[in-house]
Design a protein. Sequence first.
Length: 212
Amino acid sequence: MKNCRILIESKNLEEILGDDFFENIPKRYLKKNSICYPDTPRILILKEGKLKISLIENNKELILYYLHKNNFCFCNNDIMVTAREDSEFYFLESHNFTSIFKKSEFCNLLLNSINKNIIYERELLKLLAFKNSRERIAKFLYETALSIGEKVSQGILLELKCTMEESASFLGISRQSFSAIINEMIDKGVLEKKGYKRILIKNIEKLKNFCE
């Protein structure tokens, strides 16, 4: 299953839990580009649409990952939830946890999902702590290409699904630095831009060397 910070794997919850599982749980709606902040610890379950999950501090944003249909996320009050398109989701507060954890299938699925999100966040922490901007970009592109890239005759075609500014925010660097380093990799024959949000990785081994 393809899996990375911009495309987290999901399961068909209706098949696992049955169509009536969420009948008594209120649903939340968020219009495209709208924002919400959890004021208490919650479990977010996305049913339709796409959400961006970010840390926000002093008007600076660090994107953690994108959520797609049936993805899970644990949120607390330092998280910002942004709708990338019209979305509907469940925002389960702590008093809901006891009842939902009685469903062993859901409990296992939820814990597995949260564990993967913790891994993403720890990998991001290591990037921020131990890698410079060039290494962060190269590692992000390299690992994303291996996860969801499409092999073509010229190399690996990568659909980033995010703007240049969002890509920079994924890595905790400025848009200007991100653009400059991407252009450097293009000049060295590692990458080629293929339109909006699409990058052709012409030489995956050279890209890997940038990670180091």
